[in-house]
Design a protein around this ligand. Structure first.
Ligand code: G3P
Length: 217
């Protein structure tokens, strides 16, 4: 499974990339707004930092506006993926961009039917928002399971990108379900490799290493 970071903070991206396990980046208008910088500038920097796919989202909600923004986003770099909301006009945009060979990430997916429509339009990625479903008492990862099953049933090539991840368990479940990608905030990435037994074991090894007689060499 690929691991993306869900942030527009270039410092977080650099720290995650330094681990050597980062496959891509997703952003959204809320994350870009937090940087306090213009979107084009932020996305250009991120695309230079990371080789993998970088999602940048359109702001408009009408077809012409989204198409205009999508073309401008796609021109930023070859690894830029245009993020489009799961609304009827957005689906039209995805269809057109797919015909033009531009990669898309269809965002704000909360149902398997929405995921089916996105795949039929040719979306490169579908982003089910698991944390936000959990927040309202629905089963976020249950949605991922359904989408993986449905896409498998019909051979859709759209990749399932688990978004709105809040905890390491979301990542574990995404892997078990066969999701293609999980996009994870920096705070959660940090916790993916943490384990108290690793820290305890290492502390003991370091102590015991001091008892080993030094080599003469
Ligand atoms: O980028 C989309 C998604 O991951 C948003 O997450 O935490 O705002 O629900 P969140």
């Amino acid at each position: 499974m690929k691991l993306f970071i869900d942030t527009a903070d270039t410092e977080e991206i650099q720290r995650a990339a330094a681990m050597g396990v980062l496959d891509g980046v997703t952003t959204n208008p809320s994350l870009i707004a937090k940087t306090g910088e213009p979107m084009r500038q932020v996305l250009t920097t991120i695309c230079e930092l990371v080789d993998g796919p970088v999602s940048g989202e359109v702001f408009s909600t009408d077809y012409d506006g989204m198409m205009r923004e999508a073309q401008a986003l796609a021109a930023i770099a070859p690894n830029l993926v245009v993020k489009v909301p799961l609304i009827p006009e957005g689906i039209r945009v995805v269809k057109t961009l797919t015909e033009q060979g531009i990669k898309t990430n269809v965002t704000l997916c909360f149902s398997p039917l929405q995921a089916l429509i996105a795949a039929k339009a040719g979306a490169t990625y579908i982003s089910p928002f698991v944390g936000r479903l959990d927040d309202v008492g629905h089963d976020g990862m249950g949605l991922v399971e359904q989408i993986v099953e449905i896409y498998g049933n019909y051979g859709y090539e759209t990749q399932v990108l688990v978004a709105s991840v809040r905890s390491p368990m979301h990542v574990v479940e995404a892997m078990r379900m066969g999701a293609h990608v999980a996009t994870v905030p920096f705070a959660v990435i940090d916790r993916l490799l943490a384990h108290p037994l690793t820290d305890l074991g290492l502390a003991r090894f370091i102590e015991d290493a001091k008892k080993i007689p030094a080599d003469d060499r």
